[in-house]
Design a protein around this ligand. Structure first.
Ligand SMILES: [Zn+2]
Length: 275
């Protein structure tokens, strides 16, 4: 699922493929943009802000094609004449340049806004963990506004800081030994936690695999994420999984390495005996 680093990588790959090129033909397959024609517009820049992708275009004025990948969206590029991989019915837009076609699959919130007005679509976001203007102090200030909130939910809230999804939330909390349900105000050393999240994301910039353990080997990339029922790599306790909180997100954690608060109706004891 796309997290900040995936969107950053996508923006960079798109940029390398079509930045500086003139769009010869555009094909929007969403009702709100069905009549838009971007022929003659130049792709000036491809950028990301948290999990939002901003494709900036120029002609007589400047426009930004905004998209959000959410769980399943993707941008892919193809050489002219190359067969597109991916289901045709999920195509939301295709931008044809002289030698390359950029195709957006299952994009969300697809819209065109004046570039000077980008705040309308990304202005609500907190500091971007992968942005050149990343501001840890401001992220911390926003996080601390609701000290009673479970830290896992607060980290996923893009209004606090932008770019963390379920993977980096899970792994950051594991590595810091913090239970996902700890009220934010009770987290020991919040700056260290935020710094670690930023470091984990930044480490995966420029590559599509998302490793937090230092190993890119399949099955070794993560500490707790998607490892429910398996032994913790540090202590052997069975990694647990729980669904709930804001937006019903899945949380993985090691009850031994991350002691303390646990969801109501759940004990901190492992569900499965360790044999
Ligand atoms: Zn453990």
């Amino acid at each position: 699922m796309p997290e900040g680093d995936t969107v950053w990588n996508t923006a960079r790959a798109l940029g390398r493929a079509i930045e500086g090129k003139v769009i010869q033909r555009s094909d929007f397959r969403v009702p709100q943009l069905a009549t838009v024609d971007l022929a003659g517009w130049t792709v000036a820049e491809s950028a990301s802000r948290g999990k939002h992708l901003l494709l900036r275009l120029t002609k007589e004025r400047r426009l930004t094609l905004h998209s959000h990948l959410r769980m399943d969206g993707a941008w892919r590029t193809y050489q002219k004449g190359e067969r597109w991989r991916g289901p045709a019915h999920l195509v939301r837009v295709a931008l044809h340049t002289p030698d390359t076609v950029a195709v957006g699959f299952h994009l969300h919130e697809l819209q065109l806004v004046p570039t000077d007005d980008e705040r309308r679509v990304v202005g609500h976001l907190g500091p971007d963990l992968l942005g050149v203007d990343w501001d840890a102090e401001e992220a911390m200030r926003r996080l601390r506004e609701r000290p009673e909130r479970p830290v896992a939910d607060a980290l996923l809230d893009q209004r606090n800081l932008a770019g963390i999804g379920n993977l980096y939330k899970t792994e950051t909390l594991f590595l810091r030994g913090v239970s996902p349900w700890t009220p934010l105000g009770a987290v020991e050393d919040l700056p260290a936690l935020v710094t670690l999240a930023q470091r984990l994301l930044a480490a995966n910039k420029g590559r599509w695999s998302q490793a937090t353990t230092g190993s890119l080997r399949k099955g070794e990339e993560h500490w707790a994420f998607e490892r429910a029922g398996k032994p913790c790599r540090r202590c052997g306790t069975t990694i647990r999984r729980w669904t709930g909180g804001d937006h019903d997100r899945i949380t993985y954690w090691c009850p031994t390495c991350q002691p303390g608060e646990a969801p109501s109706g759940s004990s901190t004891r492992p569900l499965l005996a360790r044999e």
